[in-house]
Ligand binder design. Structure first.
Ligand code: PMP
Length: 393
């Protein structure tokens, strides 16, 4: 059955209501094992959390909480307006300076989410008559940004630098942007950034790297994959980041040459027409970043824990990726089986992510394991035992 919405006036289910087709779609999703349900968690929910993205365990750190509460008392519950009207506080400015310094960029601009940072920078840097070259498994926010940009979009195979070079060499468009996740969000592998930067430079394009899973995790002190590849501060490389993973808060940022940031302030619609990030979130991220700067080993710890988790799962006979950041994934295949396996892990007190279509292509559904810096050897052993039991049923 087509997945398009019905366009004729007759409803697919034969009913009379114009939304009856939603029931047909739901039935299809249920049958395919793709129905999603919100499961609100309680603040006190126990268990071992390998599903969240609080990689450094800073979301509930006392210092982060204190800074957040101070910001709420100082600034209130929200930012009160667009960054260009009333929504820019001194906290936003401090955070931008700190992020840029940490990642080795000339300047930074905070958005209210990483998703919007990707929409803002991609639509801001390329448009109609331009070209975006995007890795096949880039994050959904990049995919959506490419569509929104109205540029021609060329999807290249995962990590295929030769394909990127070919598309750039054969293009008719003058302006081109190559975009890639630094650390791919489900499998946890790192993009070949040095090679991509060389190719984009050779063909007069700009490289945009999404450091959502690199910041706080990859490279010395968690300065990110771009820094680790020796590309920090390059005048033709732009980064995005999220504040919602290693920094335990919410929000996003674009980092790069000052002229890019200045352009986005004037031109990026998801920046201009969105209410500024809540000051409390800016304060939480800023404090988390200060902690990371004072304890750079946190980044090493999360990577070591991810490797230990993956090695344990592999020894238990599971098909698991080799993590280069905080994340590894266990290949399951069938969507319903992946869902049931994640549910069995949860019943055993170990929360893991479950990735099914449309988050991954059909037939390669998987469990996503996100390590944290504060995991103990006992936590890792517990997780491996739960995974082994859940997959052998
Ligand atoms: N990029 C990547 C690679 C991500 O994994 C995510 C978060 N899932 C985002 C961007 C979006 O970030 P945010 O959640 O802050 O909107």
């Amino acid at each position: 059955m087509s997945t398009e919405s019905p366009t004729s006036r007759q409803s697919l289910s034969g009913g009379d209501h114009p939304l009856d087709w939603l029931d047909v779609r739901e039935k299809e999703r249920v049958e395919a094992g793709l129905r999603r349900r919100l499961r609100p968690r309680a603040a006190t929910a126990g268990g071992l959390d390998l599903a969240g993205n609080d990689y450094l365990g800073l979301c509930r750190d006392d210092r982060v909480l204190e800074a957040t509460v101070r910001a709420v008392r100082t600034w209130g519950g929200g930012s009160t307006g667009s960054r260009l009207v009333t929504g820019s506080t001194t906290l936003h400015a401090e955070l931008e300076t700190a992020l840029a310094e940490h990642m080795g960029a000339e300047a930074a601009l905070v958005f209210s989410s990483g998703y919007l940072a990707n929409l803002g920078v991609i639509t801001g840097l390329v448009g109609k008559g331009g070209l975006v070259v995007s890795d096949a498994i880039n994050h959904a926010s990049i995919v959506d940004a490419c569509r929104l940009s109205r540029a021609r979009v060329a999807i290249t195979g995962h990590r295929d630098v030769e394909a990127v070079a070919r598309v750039l060499a054969e293009r008719a468009e003058e302006r081109a942007l190559v975009v890639v996740d630094a650390v791919f969000s489900v499998d946890g592998d790192i993009a070949p950034l040095a090679e991509l930067a060389a190719v984009t430079r050779r063909y007069g394009a700009v490289l945009l790297v999404d450091e959502a899973h690199g910041l706080g995790v990859v490279g010395p002190g968690g300065r990110g994959a771009v820094h680790a590849a020796g590309l920090a501060g390059a005048d033709d490389v732009v980064l995005t980041a999220t504040l919602s993973k290693a920094l335990g808060s919410q929000g996003g940022a674009v980092l790069g040459p000052a002229r890019v940031i200045e352009h986005l302030v004037d031109a990026a619609r998801p920046f201009i027409f969105d209410t500024g990030l809540a000051p409390a979130c800016a304060a939480a991220a800023l404090e988390a970043l200060r902690i990371l700067r004072a304890q750079p080993r946190l980044a090493d710890a999360v990577r070591a824990n991810a490797r230990a988790l993956s090695a344990g799962a592999r020894e238990a006979g599971l098909r698991v990726t080799e993590p280069e950041g905080a994340v590894a994934s266990v290949l399951i295949g069938d969507a319903q089986l992946a869902f049931d396996t994640a549910a069995r892990c949860a019943a055993a007190g170990v929360l893991v992510g479950c990735f099914r279509p449309p988050s991954v292509p059909d037939g390669i559904s998987r469990l996503r394991l996100a390590a944290r810096a504060d995991l103990t050897a006992a936590d890792i052993a517990r997780a491996v035992t739960a995974l082994e039991a859940a997959t052998s049923m």
